[in-house]
Design a binder for this molecule. Sequence first.
Ligand SMILES: [Ca+2]
Ligand SMILES: [Ca+2]
Length: 817
Amino acid sequence: MSKHYTISEDIFRFKRVLCNKGVLFFCFLSISGVSFSQSLKLNEKDYFETPGLDVWVFNNEYNGMFFDEKTAGIEFIHHGVRTVTGGAIRLQNTPEQWDLIPKMTSRKIDKKTNTIEVTLRYEEFNFDSKVAVTPQGKGFLITVLLDKAVPKELEGRAGFNLEFLPTSYFESNYLADGKAGTFPRYPAGDTQTLPLSQKIQQFSKHTTFDDRGRKEFIATLPLASGKTLIFAPENPERTVKIQSEGTDVMLFDGRNLGQNGWFIARSILPSNKTGKVLTWYVEPNAIPNWLRKPVIGFSQVGYMPGQNKVAVIELDKNDKVLTTASVFRLDKAGEFVEYFRKDVKFWGTYLRYNYAQFDFSAINEEGLYYIQYGNQQTNTFQIEDDVYAKIWQPTMDVWFPVQMDHMEVNEAYRVWHGKPFLDDCMQAPLNHEHFDGYKQGSTTDTKYKPLERIPGMAVGGWFDAGDFDIQTFSHVSVINSFVESWEAFKVTRDETYVDQKTQFVDIHRPDGQPDILQQIEHGVLNLVAQVENIGHPVRGIIVPNLHQYHHLGDASTETDNLPYNASLKPFESNGTSSGTMDDRWAFTNRTSFLDYRTSGALAGASRALRGYNNKLSDKCLAIAAKLTAEALEIEKNAKPDNSPMSRWGKGSDMIAMVQLYLTTKDERYKKGFLDRIWKLLDENLEPNMNAALLAVPAMDDSYKTKLRGYAIKYKEKIDKDNADNPYAVPVIKRGWGGSSQVINWASTNYYIHKIYPDIIDKEYVYRGLNYIFGCHPYSNLSFVNAVGNRSKKVAYGGNRADFTTIAGGVVPRAYFS
Ligand SMILES: [Ca+2]
Ligand SMILES: [Ca+2]
């Protein structure tokens, strides 16, 4: 903790000098054209690797959940970044997210010939192809083999594509047979309009394109083409050379058709040919002996003086762990001086990397700090008593107001969106499978005919994150979470003006009412409208057309805001209605689990709204009691159901019972809760723990004693489960999601700590926060937009086409590359 030099520091200085010299040496080598780069080797994880480059051949398949997610096919991790994906036979110049994707029907790994070969199939065209990858020279060969020639309808359409992440190539050049061009910062390439008869169908015959009734579509034209295409020749970390033996390689910009498009290298497969029909030599530059820069994971929000402080250092598997790291502190003179030095402990291997931990918990003096590991210093962070005091405010002040449906939302000089979906909504048609996962069965379960207008629905609700549908189940969990926050912390912050009468919201403008109650009210209003106008909660409310669904920007323009009028032609309007079938549809099949969950949320909301909006509070409670009573009746007569949805919804009745009991103190609900909770905890401990803990204040000591045993079991389970990773939190490895699981885990731990402090200590809560705020894999950015010193600059909000974020939104997960 002093500025005195130590032996280890001297060693460290020496190492740093060596390291810098090493970098210069390698730069010199690559400039002079001499290279010691090794060739790609097939490793035990069945991908090709050499320092600076990993090549995956269908280690990830197109999974169909979001169709083309740019995480499948032939991919590279190029100097630590997944910059190239989607290597496959594709049917468009620039395939969009919902264009057809090939299915991998076989994958052969031949260690003898050092080759990975996959068979790809387009079922719709009975078209099979083989794609093989074999290392050669400093790169690898991609060959396409056909047993049968390209089907007639795909001639000139089927080609081999490889997709390049645009942000990795901004401010870079390309060369096509030696002729230079600049990668466009914004899409500005040429396109052509073609007759619809030439269009290859999209997923399930949906269409991403609104042709305004003109029976046409758009195709992109190449930016450049040649036998040799070189990406970013000026940037050794991103240089990729593609040489085609036969047909030219063309370069396209997919962003002309969809903002989530990438730069694409493509060669068309020849017609009437079998055998080897395409050969590309691909050479991504690999900087010799390249090592990925360590990622020093720590909380961007900082730490409280008394809490544990452990940085998790993520290392290239060829990197060596340094013996020590240090922490610098800003002193009175305004200089950062070394304040603390300690050993770095190797943790082990997890997924692709090695991990080490650096524990600086001993620092308990408030101040501004940074971590120094080797020659890398992190950005600064605070150790202060109040680091957590304001971190929730961007979510309350900005994220939730921006997500409010049916409201105009203003912030100072900016209007986030006008009043959306004033044309809500119509009954979904029967037997309809929607592209966003909703399904309407063979009945409506309502008094409405298919496509009949449901009145009174243009009120309340929040947009689903990233798109603009109302997901009732999400609403329910948001309301529960708001009610918990209100009851645990009495959050009275008022920075938002909300006027339901004129449907107007103004951010950063206090109106005398706690924002959290205004948000609870807003969420509740849509649930109440569902029950009053439809009869029960519905799965969701969403636009019917794919060409609407990918909407980015102002939500109020996703529909024309005019109710549909069948007597008018499409795109015709009489000023109060229109002939365009763009109103959202309500998917209305009834499920008891959603009734119970909605009942639970409304029962909780009725407590929070008491004293703020008594009329709505009364209504919430009446509806909550009615929904639970009806669901109990429906279940009595229901056939046994072991569907995934039913298994997933298990325990929903218990949640309704506990919330109704907390609100009414009615013994029937208490009995209903106690009859269910123990069995649920025995069957599936973690997801039912939160509700069991919420009940504690309303139960007697014997309940608390019995639950204690479960809290002990829970602690044993999470300790065991989370020992597999260096962050000691539940890390979700599958696609989509991860952050919310960690947040829920930390908040369950919070309740256990409040009730049984001897079983779970505060660190189990802080650990979850540290993870979300930067101590996680791949980067050390905070996952909460605009919270912490450094957070992500682009995230999956409705404004993602502008390469920005909405403050307070939470990034769903870390993407492992
Ligand atoms: Ca307010
Ligand atoms: Ca409309």
